[in-house]
Design a protein around this ligand. Structure first.
Ligand code: NAP
Length: 361
């Protein structure tokens, strides 16, 4: 892969996902961070002042970011024109406000790689897991036509919950997945929280995460859908039913998965499908791509968030405990790092795919 170089800004840089972006961009071979943006509350402060006690990464704030003066994501958007080649966006605002903010950047001819859910169901906005549906980038010319842009567009990544099971189901689609039940055990960083800011989770489980079950059931169908004309049309199936629980884990979403097939494979066929699976990021050797995307643990007590979330720099997806099921055909457990593979890392990988395919030129 050629040596690419693009300038990038992080919108929402002071948040939980934004901090991951700031960390991942330190020394990135292709992307140089040149601006950090957040709300008017943070604007005008140095990044170190603005992020203050909210810094939640285990590493210190990267030196390049400490003294950068944070800009206002709305008021200063125009000032980025000509200075950045694209932006990452992860903000906590009302959906309509996020939709408008992301379209503002796209219409300024600044492509947006987004972690937000606001545009996930806009029919001409691709929602990408780079290993699973890279072909959906083909909708970008239709989106540019609607927005009236030459360069500008919005591409989004999917919700973090489903990264623990959709990548594992994807190579099994050839056996005809008919239905799937999943229960997710989701880390508190998925709510932008730490144990300090969410003390109510200690010694507890909270059986509700607003909007998460709908996303977990519906987003996979758009990911497995196809481009028809100027829209991505969601797949008709499989039926997915989900329960999402918040558990006292800092990082790493676990999923207990049950799956029924039209043509039930053997266990060996499932192991082989997982071991052999590679996508465009592996073929293109993108800088953030895990070498082995899907890992299977033979041990009965794995994968565990604490032990296994950082596999391949937090970009791999793990599975374990594959066994037959009395109601469905099989059940297994999946795990992914929610703020790396599930959020900022997945978005960086998506941006690398977009860069490699020439969408930022
Ligand atoms: P967060 O920690 O609450 O951070 C929110 C960020 O949004 C901060 O930088 C904040 O800036 C900024 N912000 C708030 N109001 C704003 C405004 N009016 N204008 C501009 N910026 C504003 O949230 P998060 O967990 O990082 O999540 C951010 C987004 O990513 C959300 O849409 C979330 O659904 C999505 N997401 C999160 C995860 C995860 O694992 N955490 C996974 C996937 C997707 P200030 O510091 O100045 O207030």
């Amino acid at each position: 892969m050629q040596n690419l170089h693009y300038r990038v800004a992080v919108v929402g840089a002071t948040g939980m996902v934004g901090q991951r972006f700031v960390t991942l961009l330190e020394g990135h071979p292709w992307f140089t961070p040149v601006a950090l943006l957040a709300s008017a509350r943070s604007a005008g402060k140095t990044y170190e002042e603005a992020v203050g006690h909210k810094w939640a990464m285990t590493r210190p704030i990267p030196a390049y970011a400490k003294e950068m003066v944070v800009l206002d994501a709305t008021a200063d958007a125009k000032s980025l024109v000509g200075k950045v080649d694209f932006v990452f966006c992860a903000v906590d605002m009302k959906k309509e406000e996020i939709r408008a903010l992301e379209e503002t950047y796209a219409k300024l001819e600044i492509p947006v790689v987004s972690n937000n859910s606001a545009h996930r169901f806009t029919p001409d906005v691709p929602m990408i897991i780079p290993e699973v549906n890279p072909e959906h980038l083909g909708i970008i010319p239709a989106q540019r036509k609607r927005l009236g842009t030459k360069r500008g567009f919005i591409a989004v990544k999917s919700n973090c919950s489903l990264q623990s099971y959709v990548p594992l189901l994807h190579p099994l689609k050839k056996f005809g997945i008919e239905s799937c039940a999943v229960c997710t055990y989701q880390a508190i960083s998925g709510a932008g929280k730490t144990f300090e800011t969410m003390p109510e989770i200690v010694d507890n489980v909270i059986p509700y995460i607003g909007g998460e079950e709908e996303k977990s059931e519906q987003e996979p169908l758009k990911i497995w859908g196809g481009i028809e004309g100027d829209a991505i049309v969601p797949a008709a199936g499989p039926v997915i039913t989900a329960q999402c629980l918040r558990v006292p884990v800092s990082d790493g979403h676990t999923a207990a998965v049950f799956v029924k097939f039209a043509n039930k494979p053997t266990k060996e066929e499932i192991f082989k499908a997982w071991a052999d699976f590679e996508g465009e990021p592996q073929k293109l050797a993108l800088p953030s791509a895990p070498k082995q995307f899907l890992h299977y643990f033979e041990e009965d007590n794995r994968p565990q968030p604490k032990l296994d979330r950082m596999l391949e720099n937090g970009m791999a997806v793990s599975a374990g405990r594959l066994r037959e099921d009395a109601l469905f055909d099989y059940r297994f457990v999946g795990l992914s790092h929610n703020t790396l593979r599930g959020a900022a890392g997945g978005a960086v990988l998506l941006a690398e795919l977009l860069a490699a395919k020439g969408y930022f030129d």
